[in-house]
Design a protein around this ligand. Structure first.
Ligand SMILES: *Cc1c(COP(=O)(O)O)cnc(C)c1O
Length: 224
């Protein structure tokens, strides 16, 4: 069955507290589906493949805010550096340095989130909380003038156990507060916590998420 994209966006938007941004995750969905969401007023979209994103960005209206949410390879940054609104998936200092280099090339300061590995699954990317603390403690990122660290991103475990999901989101919010106090107390721009997907966004919002990333609940199952 075809998803009713407009109605889904309206239904989800109606439940969001002010200050929470809905990112429509359009990966694996065609340009036509994104246009339908755009015409319903949606402006923030998330993609997970740099080359797919480049094609969609060239085709679609220029007032879309594009979010990169997938695993990012250094050699693909150039495809998104000229226009990307926010990269959610920084998982090493080296990647941050490379984004900075590409940002300098195109004369932009690129907003980034540090991805935190909190789920119990082995397969998810990201810093462990301790790796993240250690990276920030080096202070090396402070010399990078073409990136700005805006906050953290995480994915909870893929489980029906809501208590566990809640604990995971809660732990990342505590880490967020700790890092903000320690490294960003003078910068109001450390303000973004990207947490929550179709199945768990209500819990994520309760635990302090500012940006939810919703794919299948808007567009239906991925079409590949
Ligand atoms: C695919 C994806 C989403 C959206 O997932 P849904 O369960 O379809 O809402 C959110 N975040 C990331 C990082 C993703 O890869």
């Amino acid at each position: 069955m075809q998803a009713d994209i407009k109605r889904n966006i309206e239904r989800i938007s109606a439940t969001l507290p002010s200050g929470v941004t809905l990112i429509a995750v359009s990966k694996y969905h065609p340009v036509e589906a994104i246009e339908e969401a755009y015409c319903a007023g949606q402006r923030h979209f998330g993609e997970s493949k740099a080359q797919d994103l480049r094609i969609k960005q060239q085709t679609l209206p220029k007032d879309i805010y594009w979010h990169f949410i997938g695993h990012l390879q250094s050699n693909k940054i150039k495809y998104i550096a000229p226009y990307i609104h926010l990269i959610h998936s920084i998982d090493s200092l080296r990647l941050l340095q490379e984004v900075d280099r590409q940002g300098a090339k195109v004369g932009r300061t690129i907003d980034c989130l540090l991805q935190i590995h909190i789920a119990r699954e082995e397969t998810k990317f990201g810093f462990t909380p301790d790796e993240c603390r250690a990276m920030l403690d080096t202070g090396e990122w402070r010399s990078l003038s073409n990136i700005r660290i805006r906050g953290l991103m995480c994915m909870a475990s893929n489980t029906d156990n809501n208590e566990q999901i809640k604990e995971e989101f809660h732990a990342v919010k505590e880490l967020f507060d700790e890092i903000r106090a320690k490294h960003f107390s003078c910068e109001s721009t450390f303000d973004t916590l990207s947490a929550g997907m179709s199945d768990d966004y209500a819990i994520a919002i309760e635990e302090g998420s500012t940006h939810i990333r919703i794919g299948s609940d808007i567009f239906g199952p991925p079409q590949k």
